[in-house]
Ligand binder design. Structure first.
Ligand SMILES: Nc1ncnc2c1ncn2[C@@H]1O[C@H](COP(=O)(O)OP(=O)(O)OP(=O)(O)O)[C@@H](O)[C@H]1O
Length: 245
């Protein structure tokens, strides 16, 4: 398998996966999977618990060397990952957390700008422990985006936040993505989150993408088109819902 060559043979794709297989023991979690993401495109990945979403994300992040198959997995080398927990270093101040490993004499300046972008201007010298969960996730986003990744991989990044904070983070993430234009793969359990954020929603089931639906409806407001898309995605996830007329 041509894993993580870092070379994109096709200009139009930031991520190109064909024939991806990942087995644990004799169980095929990813089975001949195909997925493409265009540069700047925001794709949400839905799937039942245990369907392999995190496994796919880890493969894309280059964190899994056990993938196989006759196909290919092409992804930009400068992918950045945001997890459910912010994973900040508690013994480093916020600015250092954001700029750690960032090359160049302007690293601190870029770090400050990134913190300002996520609404944490003036908090550069704070310690992670002084921050709420939502604020810590803001730092985690700043740490990712300051590296200007071509691909942002997010694994349930708002899963641990309260509903109100989650909504605020949705607005922030959309804003940041519109400004920086990375390709995004967002793993989520939340159909409404997928519709609120993504250009396309892919459903993972039995190791494959079983539905791949563009979001061409109003994202919020609960109108009939949004309700129909919601019902369709829930049905794809095996949840019985009445499809609105
Ligand atoms: N390192 C591992 N060793 C053995 N089995 C694993 C390993 N990693 C994942 N699995 C199995 O692969 C399957 C898919 O796991 P994965 O974490 O990718 O699912 P998921 O869709 O992200 O689930 P959730 O939504 O609950 O987080 C699960 O059955 C899991 O037990």
């Amino acid at each position: 398998m041509a894993a993580h060559t870092g070379e994109l043979t096709e200009q139009a794709a930031a991520v190109r996966i064909e024939g991806l297989v990942r087995s644990f023991g004799d169980r095929r979690v990813l089975d001949d999977l195909e997925l493409r993401i265009a540069p700047g495109e925001f794709v949400a990945l839905l799937g039942r618990s245990g369907s392999g979403k995190s496994t796919l994300l880890r493969a894309l992040a280059g964190l899994d060397h056990g993938v196989s198959g006759a196909g290919m997995l092409e992804a930009p080398r400068n992918a950045s990952v945001v997890f459910q927990d912010a994973r900040l270093l508690p013994w480093k101040r916020l600015l250092e957390n954001v700029t750690l490993g960032l090359p160049g004499p302007d690293a601190a300046e870029r770090g400050r700008a990134a913190l300002a972008e996520v609404g944490l201007e003036g908090r550069e010298r704070a310690w992670p422990i002084e921050l709420s969960g939502g604020e810590q996730q803001r730092v985690s986003l700043a740490r990712s985006l300051v590296r200007e990744p071509e691909l942002l991989l997010a694994d349930e990044p708002f899963g641990a936040l309260d509903a109100l904070t989650r909504l605020r983070m949705h607005g922030l993430l959309r804003q940041l993505c519109e400004r920086h234009r990375p390709a995004v793969l967002l793993v989520t359990h939340d159909v409404d989150e997928a519709i609120a954020l993504a250009d396309r929603v892919a459903v993972l089931d039995e190791g494959r993408i079983t539905a791949d639906v563009p979001v061409e409806v109003p994202r919020t407001g609960g109108g009939p088109e949004q309700a129909a898309l919601r019902a369709r995605l829930l049905t794809e996830l095996g949840v019985d819902v009445e499809v609105p007329a």
